[in-house]
Design a protein around this ligand. Sequence first.
Ligand SMILES: [Zn+2]
Ligand SMILES: [Zn+2]
Length: 372
Amino acid sequence: MAQQVSAAVRTGPSRTEFREFPMPEVPEDGALMRVDAAGICGTDVKMYAAPKITAPVIMGHENIGVVVEAGTEFSERKGVREGDLVFVEHYLPCLTCDWCHQGEYRHCEATDWRLNPDAIRYGYTSAERPPHLWGGFAQYLYLPWNAVVHKVPAGVSAELAGLVTPMSNGIEWALFDCGVGYDSTVLIQGPGQQGLSQVVACKQAGASLIIVTGTSKDAARMEVARTLGADHVVNVDQDDPLERVRDITGGKGVDVVLDCTAGAGRTPVLLGVEALKRRGGTLLVQGELATFPDFPLAKVTEKATTIKSARGHSYRACELALRQLASDRFRLDLMTTHTFGLKDVDLAIKSVGGQGAEGVIHVNLLPWKDAP
Ligand SMILES: [Zn+2]
Ligand SMILES: [Zn+2]
C-alpha cells in the first residue's frame, strides 16, 4: 500500500490545495477505507464558497468505499470485514449521551461542529487533527471505533450508493418527520437531488399526489421528476404555483410541503404555508434565514400547521435508502449524472452549485478516477 495519501484540502473560500498525508496506523478498534465515491451536496457548495470552519478541511461527507484494513475489534463490533463495500455516515457520535442511546446520534454534540469546536464529523474536521483523513475528498478515509458503517447491498455500485445520503434524507424528512404515507398529497419544492429523492420516498410510501415545482432552468430535472413518479410538475417562472396547487387539489391544498430549494429563502416557506390544506398540514423547512420578517404566524396557527426541520438522517433511514437503491424499482441512475476525479474537485463542487458542468443532478467525486 502507498505510504502517502492524496487529498484535496479546502484552505479558504473556494480554494483547494492538494496535499499528501501519511498512511495512518490502524489500531485494533479502527479501520481504513479506500474512498470509491464521495457524493457532493448543496451544503458542500455553501461550505466551499463561505467556510464556517477556518482550519484546512478535507471535505466530503457522503462517503462510500471498500474497507481495506480493519482491526479485529472493529470488525467484531461493526460486523464488517476487509473487502466489504460500505457507506459511512458523516456522524462520529460519542455513543454515551442520551441522543446516542436513543439511536438519534445525528443530534450528538460530539459530532456537531455547530455546537462543539472539538466535534469530529467527516467533511467538517480540521485536516491538522491526526490521523488527518476526516473527509472523502481523499484516497482514503480513517474509520475510528465510533464510525457508523452500513454494508452496501450486493448489486449496488459505489456510484449508485452515492445517492444514499439524499435518499435517506428523503425517507427521514418525508416519511418519518412528515408522516407521508398511503394516499398522502405532497408538494415538493425544488427538483434537485434532494427533491427527487423525496419524490421516490413519497411514491414508494404510497402518496397519491406528488407535485414538484422548479424553474425554467430545471426542465431536464422536471422530466426526471416525472419519470420517478411526480404526477404534476410546475414551472414557477411560467405559472403561479399556488394557483396550480389549488387547481390540482380542487381547492383543498396538500397534506405535506417539503422545501428542497436549498434554503432559497422566504418564497418557498410562504408558498408552503398557503399550499397546505386548511387544517393540520405539515411543512418541512430548511435554510439559513436568520430572521423572517412578516412570517405569517397567525395563519400557521389558524391552520394548525406542524413545522418540521430538515436535520439529517437516522440509521434506519440509511438502511432503507440502501434497500431502495438495491430494489432497482426506480430509475435512480437518471440522478447520478456526473463524476469527477480528485483534481477536479473545485469544478465538481461548483457544478453542483450550477456553475460548471451542464445538466447536473447528483455528482460523485471519485478520488481514484484519473489517479496516476
Ligand atoms: Zn450532504
Ligand atoms: Zn452522543
